[in-house]
Design a binder for this molecule. Structure first.
Ligand code: CDP
Ligand code: MG
Length: 139
């Protein structure tokens, strides 16, 4: 069994897509084992996205991630990391395949509705920003 970490980002929160997104994730066979609303501070967002520090889009990304509370979650499924990245789709919603979450709910390259861990190492790092171990319900 494998796990992945995701965030429903501010654009999707503001458009109230959180219910639809969680429904699509459940329909795709994932079990939800952790869920939390969280309003990121600039400091926490910078730390979470530290690897993009030197990218031209960094300041815009940090500003955007702090616009509203986000919904953080952990899902469980076989091959969860790769499968969830595939369900989420290309970083740019315009390039994402038709049935992916970013194609359905994203607006643009910055406001792309959802974050998904890109590796097991990223998952191990990312879920700890938002959850303690006793807030996850392994099944
Ligand atoms: O989220 P993903 O792993 O697909 O993409 P990333 O390259 O790790 O970038 C992280 C996030 O930065 C993206 O999801 C976008 O919200 C944002 N981004 C951006 O605003 N402009 C870009 N050219 C690339 C990414
Ligand atoms: Mg990434």
């Amino acid at each position: 069994m494998q796990y992945s970490f995701g965030i429903i980002k501010p654009d999707a929160m503001q458009k109230k897509y959180y219910g639809k997104i969680l429904d699509d994730i459940a329909s795709a066979g994932y079990k939800l084992i952790g869920l939390k609303l969280f309003h990121l501070t600039e400091e926490k967002a910078k730390n979470f996205y530290a690897k993009h520090e030197n990218k031209p889009f960094f300041d815009e990304l940090i500003h955007y991630m702090c616009l509203s509370p986000v919904l953080c979650f952990v899902v469980q499924k076989e091959n969860a990391i790769n499968d969830f990245r595939a369900l989420v789709g290309n970083t740019d919603p315009k390039l994402a395949e038709k049935n992916t979450l970013r194609a359905k709910y994203g607006q643009d390259l910055s406001a792309n509705a959802i974050h998904a861990s890109d590796s097991e190492a990223s998952f191990d790092r990312e879920w700890r920003f938002f959850f303690t171990e006793n807030e996850l319900y392994f099944q």
